[in-house]
Write a protein that binds this ligand. Sequence first.
Ligand code: PXP
Length: 247
Amino acid sequence: MHKTGSGYTRLGVNVDHVATVRQARAGRVPDPVEAAVLAELAGCDLITIHLREDRRHIQDRDLAILRRTVKTRLNLEMAATQEMVKIALDVKPDTVTLVPERREELTTEGGLEVAMNMDYLKKVIRLLNDADIRVSLFVDPDVDQVKASHRVGADAVEIHTGKYAEAKTRSEAETEYGKIVNAAKVAHKLKMEVVAGHGLDYKNVRAVVQIPEIVEVNIGHSIVARALMVGMERAVREMKKAMGGAI
Ligand code: PXP
């Protein structure tokens, strides 16, 4: 599906880093559940969280409460491990985004290696689909990975925009942007939904939402950083404006 005629791109707000601040003191505040309520009041379209194996930010308690309180859509990012699949089947988020995970990384550094893990991913996707959970795969803007995502039965792909976001020169940014455009076109042709995320901020988001095949973006760090200064609702409204919508 292309975007609707109005060109609206859905905004997913990732509240992981609200939990990062809480975990700095292993305390009760700030609460990502409260942040999610405020993000929804400001008009976001879904809430995204990443339950990591090491529980460095989001906790099982957050996932359980968010499942009951999120009124838009809950998207759970997770590694395709047996532990996480069991949790997802139990909690039933609306969508799961499968991501690679390495303990020592600061954040999700690269896309999923789909082509090398086809049989396993096919099984995981089928299990989740059978529980009415739609599955998206977080992949680099690489046509082979997009095609492999289609072959394993993914409902959607989330294209990793990190290299585009971190490009040091204009020509590097243009090259990376071209890869995103290309990957989005291929995914759309294969009838998968196309999402984008990682490293998007108030400046670089506009070009990404202008790609017609991209119907959703997931943004965390830049919104939470801005929210520290101006509050969550305003930070989300400003992002919607940066994406081209009304504030
Ligand atoms: N999408 C995915 C799959 C991610 O892993 C992350 C980071 O958790 C994001 C989006 C959000 O990235 P950022 O925090 O850089 O906006």
